[in-house]
Design a protein around this ligand. Structure first.
Ligand code: AMP
Length: 527
């Protein structure tokens, strides 16, 4: 996605894992080795939490620590809102409305500013990761966030691909099939990857973008609240401050139960107090339906890849929730496979993104015929024949067009690009107009696996004016182009006229809004 035709001599690329609960930033050093870049607080990961204080936006641990004291000034879990329009989601601070893109841009700015101080150089380019099932709107919103933070976004890549890349970086010599299991704070992703001759290929992917650690936290929160209500006849969740406090206690209890068989939770509200004991066994029982959901998705993705577990050489765990023993046992039992422990779940995604970023710069160098990056870096990212290593992604949703079925007298969805197609891809098809003398050909672009239009997500329209008096069945040519960022471009051609629409630009911020938001964000001091 770089718009630079002439690479400036000094470019520094990073990989950014923009997580629901934590974010991380990594780079490739001069020896070609991936490194996490610590923030100004010397932490390797930064909580994705913002505290608005006047004209200042404080991001990270300090903001998180203040969540209880000043919940009204806090924003967290922004990732769950990405892709929603300003009308659907915004937060207001100091009289200004912030979209999910802008809030995420503030988090990226914190990562970027701190990394620049640490490295002592300006960061120009980035690859940002998203969950594999993110749709166009969500990907575009993420892309805009990076741009708003002042970065040239080289690519948006899938978190599991990124984790697999981090894992595979020093294992490219051995061909293997890897099952990447990513259970984070708010989202769940599974991906099957094949590593063969330094080529990382995605075979299948599935997930649930509303399933993650927060759901396990909520189980504890709701249980404590119920018990509190039973004892004191009051619901401690009605007060925002009490809710935040209980939420933090629940999260701590959950983490403790990963290493201890039992924990104690104390909660005070309105001068009243409760002290409860929670065992790991009881917690696991209460959360068993969540684990069941996770298991089902694992089985579905295996079916989609048409593989049985014996074909999986390695299971790779990423996402903080994979530290939970019940999650590990479930996946170990299901796969009967060795579980890779040599990747830090918190760091793998940003490291893979950093690798992808350097690959993009190396590719640009090849195209321009000028080499600036150290030879050691190029060597680390080359295949057996001396070419650059390759990564192939697939589409995670079917992209279709709504058509008219004359025989059944109803609309249906024709799949233009099917789920699990290797990208980038371009598909063309010719259709006949539905009636005689149509004034316009209106292409309705949808995303989803159903043939029923109502069951798919509408992505946008692309229309074209037709010459008068055309007979029914006059040909209209349709092209869907899906690029490496999984952003869709639709073109309609008919009778010498053409209309091209980048579907992604129809959602989220417009070019003008983007420019305005960039100007607005520069007024905020991000710390
Ligand atoms: P991520 O989005 O990948 O950073 O995942 C963060 C999620 O993992 C949050 O829900 C955390 O509470 C959870 N988490 C982190 N460490 C642990 C642990 N040791 N045990 C259980 N959950 C954890």
């Amino acid at each position: 996605m770089s718009e630079n035709n002439h690479a400036p001599v000094h470019r520094k690329a990073v990989g950014i894992d923009l997580g629901t609960t934590f974010s991380a930033i990594a780079h490739i050093d001069q020896y070609g080795k991936p490194q996490i870049i610590p923030n100004a607080e010397s932490e390797r990961i930064t909580p994705s939490v913002i505290l608005f204080d006047g004209n200042q936006a404080i991001v990270g641990t300090l903001a998180k620590q203040n969540a209880v004291a000043e919940p009204e000034k806090i924003v967290d879990f922004v990732k769950r809102e990405m892709g929603r329009s300003k009308a659907e989601f915004h937060r207001e601070f100091n009289g200004k409305l912030y979209t999910a893109e802008e809030l995420s841009a503030i988090i990226i700015k914190k990562l970027k500013n701190d990394a620049e101080k640490y490295l002592g150089e300006r960061i120009t380019d980035a690859v940002i990761t998203v969950p594999a099932y993110f749709n166009d709107a969500e990907r575009t919103a993420t892309l805009h966030s990076g741009q708003l933070a002042g970065l040239n976004v080289l690519q948006i890549i899938n978190e599991p691909t990124s984790a697999a890349l981090a894992y595979g970086l020093d294992k490219l010599e051995s061909d293997q099939t890897v099952f990447v299991f990513d259970l984070g704070g708010g989202t769940f992703d599974v991906t099957i990857m094949r590593i063969e001759n330094h080529h990382i290929r995605m075979l299948a992917s599935n997930g649930d973008h509303r399933l993650g650690g927060k759901d396990w936290d909520d189980i504890i929160v709701n249980w404590v609240a119920e018990e509190f209500d039973k004892v004191h006849g009051e619901n401690p969740l009605l007060d925002l401050q009490s809710y935040q406090d209980l939420y933090n206690r629940a999260l701590a209890a959950k983490v403790q139960l990963s290493t201890r068989p039992a924990t104690t939770i104390v909660h005070n509200y309105n001068g009243k107090s409760i002290k409860l004991e929670l065992t790991r066994e009881d917690f696991e029982k209460r959360a068993s339906h969540l684990l069941e959901k996770v298991k089902t998705i694992c089985e579905i993705v295996m079916q989609e890849a048409a593989l049985d577990w014996s074909k999986i050489d390695r299971v790779l765990l990423t996402g903080g929730m994979t530290r939970m023993p019940s999650v590990r046992e479930m996946i170990r039992g299901l796969s009967n496979t060795e579980v890779a422990e040599d990747v830090s779940p918190d760091e793998a995604v940003s490291i893979g993104a950093a690798a992808q970023a350097i690959l993009a710069l190396l590719k640009e160098e090849d195209q321009l015929g000028e080499r600036v990056l150290p030879v050691e870096v190029r060597e680390q990212f080359s295949d057996r024949d001396g070419g650059l290593m390759k990564i192939t992604n697939i589409t995670t949703h079917t992209l279709g067009v709504v058509l008219w079925d004359d025989a059944k007298v109803e609309e249906y969805v024709f799949p233009m690009i099917k789920k699990m197609t290797a990208i980038p891809v371009e598909m063309k098809n010719s259709f006949g107009t539905a009636k005689a003398n149509m004034k316009n050909a209106i292409v309705r672009v949808v995303e989803g696996e159903s043939t029923v239009p109502g069951e798919c997500t509408p992505l946008g329209l692309c229309d074209i004016e037709l010459p008068p008096f055309l007979p029914k069945g006059s040909p209209v040519e349709l092209t869907y182009r899906y690029d490496a960022n999984q952003v869709l471009e639709v073109t309609v051609d008919a009778f010498g006229k053409q209309n091209r629409v980048s579907i992604a630009r129809n959602v989220g911020l417009s070019e003008m809004e983007l420019a305005e938001a960039t100007a607005d964000l520069s007024q905020i001091n991000v710390m």
